[in-house]
Design a protein around this ligand. Structure first.
Ligand SMILES: Cc1cc2nc3c(=O)[nH]c(=O)nc-3n(C[C@H](O)[C@H](O)[C@H](O)COP(=O)(O)OP(=O)(O)OC[C@H]3O[C@@H](n4cnc5c(N)ncnc54)[C@H](O)[C@@H]3O)c2cc1C
Length: 431
């Protein structure tokens, strides 16, 4: 039996961030992770000298980057160029990302080029919050005329969000993400695993107790307040506050009588986003100029992350190829499509293969800002005092890992105001 101020369940980026902020505020904090290592979906695996994230990972200039900088993380890596190709009707064609590529591309008519040029000039100043409650489809069709300009935007916005349903995706958050990606993203040396090592060291320095291979099986509460949690191995932790930094379905399962709480509505409204990811390390690139490809009429994406980050010990190039999945998935067909794209971009890649990783159906995020959302999840579960949620699904407008860090900080900020006897963070409903 242990007794702490704050227990964090789940040791992904959300859990680690929450634990660090709670410990920084002077709270005795424990973090419990069911796997034998920390990191969740942000881990990096090393194969034959090459570092593979779980699919290509880029850090945008959003909440996570600001949080990591505030915590003093060493983020080593670089920004890749955004110039690349688009795949259209099985051909690789210059993607219009700058004035030069816009003039060169055969993808657009002159009318299309003029329309896209005017958007590229004003896009960074767009007030995206005006479109938070509009679907992406409505935004695109209401603002863009040329059919090919629409296709280019759909492709860029799918890459920024991983979401394949413009009818569901709320336009504001993804337009914001596109603004950030056009300013450049960061690819990290040795992958996101290096960032996790840094986060773990900061958590340890702040005095967080971190237990791996500790699967939490139940969160108990009494008289409307959290009491304790139990683990599979019999460990019991009494805590004033419990932050659930686990996927939404896991959160629902852990909490006694969760069906009677807001967790139930949050899980019901969640729409997970998945992808098939093929990562390869190649001794050399058969086509060195072809390193970055957006699918236009195919929901795919390819990037050589080694063009900006150190991802192998011996100079091998680490390429991530990704298929954005929708409701109906066929993992064999997805693999064929990904290998086909790799052959189009880097013919003969199999002869250069050093290492390979295939993830046929991985969850990129457990929910996102979509137009069917009725409530913003968390930070507090209002029916149970001392219970909070965090994770990429507990977004209040952020996307992907930015939602993980922002929700973690919201949970800690809320528990601190509750301790100080300040009024509760009002529970927010999407209007
Ligand atoms: C292919 C792919 C590409 C991506 N690309 C990007 C990108 O380019 N940019 C970006 O910003 N984001 C990207 N992401 C998203 C990013 O990786 C995630 O948003 C982030 O890692 C989620 O962190 P989390 O802590 O919310 O969840 P997770 O990492 O899933 O952490 C949850 C943790 O809870 C643990 N857990 C679950 N149940 C229990 C239990 N009962 N007891 C104890 N522990 C438990 C799990 O083992 C896990 O470690 C990508 C994700 C994928 C899969």
């Amino acid at each position: 039996m242990m007794n702490v101020d704050v227990a964090v369940v789940g040791g992904g980026i959300a859990g680690l961030t929450a634990a660090i902020y709670a410990a920084r505020a002077g709270k005795r904090t424990i973090l419990l992770e069911k796997q034998n290592r920390l990191g969740g979906r942000a881990i990096t695996n090393k194969k034959n000298g090459a570092y593979f994230n779980l699919g290509g990972h880029a850090l945008y200039d959003g909440d996570a980057l600001a949080t990591f900088r505030e915590l003093g993380l060493r983020l080593e890596g670089n920004q890749p160029s955004i110039d690349g190709y688009g795949v259209w009707k099985g051909q690789l064609l210059t993607m219009p990302m700058s004035v030069k590529s816009l003039l060169a591309t055969p993808l657009l008519s002159w009318r299309g080029k003029v329309e896209l040029a005017s958007w590229l000039a004003k896009f960074s100043k767009l007030d995206t919050r005006r479109y938070d409650h509009l679907s992406l489809r409505d935004w695109v069709e209401g603002n863009l005329q040329d059919p090919m300009v629409r296709n280019v935007f759909y492709s860029l916005l799918r890459t920024a969000s991983y979401v394949t349903s413009p009818d569901l995706l709320a336009a504001g958050p993804v337009l914001k993400q596109l603004q950030r990606s056009l300013n450049g993203v960061l690819y990290l040396d040795r992958g996101w695993g290096a960032m996790l090592d840094n986060l773990r060291d900061i958590a340890a320095a702040q005095g967080v107790t971190m237990l791996t291979s500790s699967q939490v099986t139940q969160v108990q509460h009494q008289d409307g307040a959290v009491q304790q949690l139990s683990c599979e191995d019999g460990t019991i932790v009494e805590a004033k506050h419990i932050i659930l930094a686990v996927p939404p379905a896991a959160a629902l399962q852990l909490v006694q009588n969760a069906e009677a709480t807001s967790l139930h509505a949050w899980v019901k409204q969640a729409i997970p986003v998945t992808a098939a990811c093929l990562d390869v390390a190649l001794r050399r690139l058969p086509k060195p100029k072809q390193q970055f490809v957006y699918g236009i009429d195919q929901a795919v994406f390819l990037t050589n992350q080694s063009r900006a980050a150190h991802l192998s010990d011996d100079g091998a190039q680490v390429i991530s190829v990704l298929k954005y999945q929708g409701e109906d998935n066929n993992t064999e067909a997805d693999l064929r499509e990904l290998e086909g794209l790799l052959t189009l971009v880097q013919p003969g890649w199999r002869d250069e293969l050093v290492a390979k990783q295939y993830l046929p159906n991985i969850t990129v995020c457990h929910d996102f800002m979509h137009v069917r959302r009725g409530q913003l999840p968390g930070p507090a579960v209002p029916e149970i005092r001392g219970l909070y949620v965090a994770g990429d699904w507990a977004s209040h407008g952020e996307l992907l890992v930015d939602a993980a860090t922002a929700s973690a900080k919201r949970a800690v900020a809320h528990l601190l105001t509750q301790e100080e006897g300040k009024p509760q963070y009002a529970h927010r409903t999407v209007i």
